[in-house]
Design a protein around this ligand. Structure first.
Ligand SMILES: [Zn+2]
Length: 166
């Protein structure tokens, strides 16, 4: 796996999981910074930056050091990017996604599938037969659906992730 930070893979994954703003904050932390300095650099409100930092903190991708300003008695927070956690996070995310896609692909490859109009259900022939081809949720008929397009989509998504994992 490629080394982390600042590369496009990090941006791609974090944008998928969170937002572009989170990526901007992560990139701004090439070295430790106070939240108000990040806000100034990015021209964002400090409250917005703190929210973004908290989201990243929940995912363990940043950490902070708190210190007390002796004059004002207020706390300041020095934020650091956790480069060690970032690469592991991306690796785990991609691994999980890949196995999920492979599982979906196996389901699709396993015979004909049926859809109903509520679109919540995608079922096997056996399941469709059990309810006499009526969806128990929307009461519409299950209609045989073409797996080919879905399989193609899954396969190209799998290829994309395998490339990212290289
Ligand atoms: Zn339905």
């Amino acid at each position: 796996m490629r080394s982390t930070t600042n590369n496009s893979l990090l941006s791609e994954v974090l944008t998928e999981v969170m937002t572009k703003e989170h990526v901007t904050v992560i990139k701004a932390l090439s070295k430790p910074k106070h939240d108000e300095d990040i806000a100034a650099t990015l021209k964002l409100k400090a409250t917005v930056v703190r929210t973004l930092l908290n989201d990243l903190h929940i995912k363990n991708l940043v950490e902070y050091e708190r210190s007390k300003n002796k004059k004002t008695g207020w706390y300041t927070y020095l934020w650091k990017r956790r480069d060690d956690k970032l690469s592991a996070y991306i690796q785990t995310y991609l691994d999980t996604k890949l196995s999920d896609l492979n599982r979906q692909l196996a389901v699709e490859a396993d015979g004909v599938k049926f859809n109903c109009s509520c679109d919540h259900k995608r079922v096997t022939l056996e399941t469709a037969m059990e309810t006499e081809f009526m969806c128990p949720e929307c009461n519409s008929m299950f209609i045989e659906s073409d797996s080919v397009q879905i399989r193609k989509k899954l396969e190209s998504e799998i290829k994309r992730i395998q490339k990212q994992l290289k």
